[in-house]
Design a protein. Sequence first.
Length: 219
Amino acid sequence: MDVRRVSRRTASGTGAWDRHATRYAAQERLEARAISAAVRLADPRPQDRLVDLGTGTGALLRAVATRDGRPATAIGVDRSAGMLAQVGQLPEDWRVIQGDARCVPLPDGAADVVTCCYLLHLLGMEDRGRVLCEARRLLRSAPGSRLVIVTVWANPDTVGGRMLSGVQPRLAAARPSRWGGLMPLDPTAELGPSGLIATHRVVLPRGGYPSLVVSARVA
């Protein structure tokens, strides 16, 4: 596993994630169902190059690694060295790098598949746009290139979803350090300005964090 360092300015603001890194695995079961759905939609194949933005402790990378015909190369990117230290053993030619999802230290067209799980809802609109533009930059301009996003979300078309939609923002506002990650987000409308078009949506209201999985292609 190769952890590449970046500037102090780029890696700033990671203290909370570094502190919680060793305990983060305790809640990964709440992400597992959405991560599995993301892997199915991404459908990475042996010839694909995968980049996972905001990889954290590597839950998506580990899920992809168990698949038959997994990609020959995969890279996880995260700002927190503490989280990356929890990733563990990865397949040969897979690696993680310490970097900011808004400014990824990889060349244009470095990926056939980009994933971004449980990151965008932690960011403001401007930073979300920067991450989506980076995802588009990293994707090859070729048929089949695809992005898969997972966010916390509650379906407002259901009674339970409306209840959660009301509770989640209040919790996030009251205790941002603990519940800030519960701020719900549907990123679909933000894809277009970044040169991406949504192709599939999977709503997962139960069995973990209420989540939305969205796949997109290059416009």
